[in-house]
Design a protein around this ligand. Structure first.
Ligand code: FAD
Length: 413
């Protein structure tokens, strides 16, 4: 009896780990030449080193991700940012402002002036939490009862980073739920965590080692190109257009995104054409010795900067407007803002690599989250996973891992 897992991103790996832990035979089919999907690392010849497709932030409240890392023995490869302050450099005022959130055990932090940016009041913060009860047909911007300064300094950057949508685009309630779950954390101060080295070193290679020790098979460059359903069950899958039977008792878990031709025909039209949102990253290789750090930039093209091992990675979420701009122009135009935030010379642009992810996540606009609850049942031995199916969560590592674990349990039923 085999569990056939289509897609080797985080959802697929999470499902494979859970199934193989129970002693089930697992086979992963991945269309790309590498595992990781939207959470991947590759060698960049221009920079001469491995880089991630984009900076991935994990928060202590992401319990499924922490469980996943614990399972593969990689929990310690995730490092917290060096201080308890989330700093943002404001290009308009050229000043650094900071948020110092505390855990849910100390809710009084909301009322402490030194824990909030100067123009953000306790009521502004509470207004963000209140969005968890907002009308899901409203955008976060419409529903949010906070000052314009708080929107600019705090809520718009936070929304853009977490939902990959600006306040004026985002589902108010989904954003509120994210604020509540990420900032009111029971698991220590809500401080961003990152892969110490690369995404592959934290999330992929240790999982592959563990799966290998459990005799799981991993087929790369192996797209599943078709699927036959007979008598309510998946009876055959085609890998690279070669049909192979799905034996009685075997199960199939799909973790491919909703727009892929494999799964799209089985979804309602509304889900097939779900809008998506882009993320663009620029990785600069800097000669200067810089301490590891993570900070936001307000009023600039790139919104978040991660400095790690000589690479300065700059992220712009909700970045559709950059997709048609050349990589050369993006890297050059973004640099002065990055240089100002890090105190580096603006004139000498270091070597860089631009990664554009056109379909980084769904566009989490009003109404999308509610639609996710109505995923149709496709076949009895078939389960669907992927970051896009978890109601109440934005497309994220947490959603992907939760969905993989859940599909593994469902396919065991
Ligand atoms: C630039 C960027 C930054 C991000 N930042 C964050 C962050 O800070 N924090 C966070 O939590 N999340 C972040 N995310 C989101 C996170 O990466 C995704 O939510 C998560 O990786 C999705 O995992 P998945 O397994 O559901 O999907 P995917 O990673 O898309 O995996 C699906 C896999 O299926 C494969 N596939 C597709 N079709 C087929 C087929 N027919 N046959 C076989 N294989 C197939 C694909 O190649 C892919 O490997 C970011 C995403 C991007 C792109």
């Amino acid at each position: 009896m085999t569990v056939h897992i289509i897609g080797g991103g985080l959802a697929g790996l999470a499902a494979a780990l859970k199934c193989s832990e129970r002693g089930e035979r697992v086979k992963i089919y991945e269309s790309a030449p590498m595992l990781g999907g939207r959470c991947r690392t590759f060698f960049d010849p221009t920079l001469g080193c491995d880089i991630d497709n984009g900076t991935h932030v994990v928060m202590p409240a992401n319990r499924a991700v922490m469980t996943y890392l614990g399972m593969i023995g990689a929990r310690e490869t995730l490092i917290a940012q060096p201080s308890d302050r989330i700093e943002m450099f404001d290009m308009l005022t050229e000043r650094v402002i900071a948020l110092r959130p505390s855990s849910v055990w100390n809710p009084f932090w909301l009322f402490m002036n030194d824990r909030r940016p100067p123009s953000v009041s306790a009521m502004d913060l509470i207004a963000g939490f209140m969005l968890a009860w907002a009308n899901p047909r409203q955008t976060a911007d419409t529903a949010l009862q906070s000052s314009a300064a708080a929107k600019y300094q705090l809520w718009d950057p936070f929304c853009t980073a977490v939902l990959n949508a600006r306040l004026g685009q985002a589902d108010a309630r989904l954003f509120g739920k994210s604020v509540a779950s990420l900032l009111a954390s029971w698991h220590g101060p809500p401080i961003p965590h990152f892969a110490d080295e690369t995404l592959a070193a934290s999330f992929i290679r240790p999982a592959v080692r563990l799966l290998g020790s459990r005799n799981a098979e991993i087929a790369l460059t192996a797209p599943v190109t078709g699927m036959k359903i007979a008598n309510g069950r998946v009876s055959e899958i085609s890998v690279n257009d070669m049909a192979q039977p799905v034996a009685a008792g075997d199960r199939v878990i799909s973790t491919v995104p909703p727009w892929t031709p494999l799964i799209a025909p089985y979804l309602p039209e509304s889900m097939r054409s779900w809008p998506v949102s882009a993320i663009v990253n620029v990785h600069y290789k800097v000669a200067h010795e810089l301490p590891g750090q993570f900070k936001g930039v307000l009023g600039s093209s790139g919104q978040w900067i991660l400095v790690r091992r000589g690479i300065v990675s700059v992220t712009a979420s909700a970045a559709g407007r950059w997709l048609e701009t050349s990589a050369e122009e993006i890297g050059t135009v973004w640099w002065p803002g990055v240089a100002a935030a890090l105190g580096l010379p603006a004139d000498a642009v270091p070597k860089f690599r631009v990664v554009k992810e056109r379909r980084a996540t769904l566009m989490h606009g009003p109404g999308i989250d509610a639609a996710r609850a109505s995923l149709p049942k496709i076949a009895t031995n078939f389960a669907v996973a992927g970051d896009w199916i978890r109601p109440g969560l934005p497309c994220s590592l947490e959603a992907a891992v939760q969905s993989g674990f859940a599909a593994a349990s469902a396919s065991n039923a």
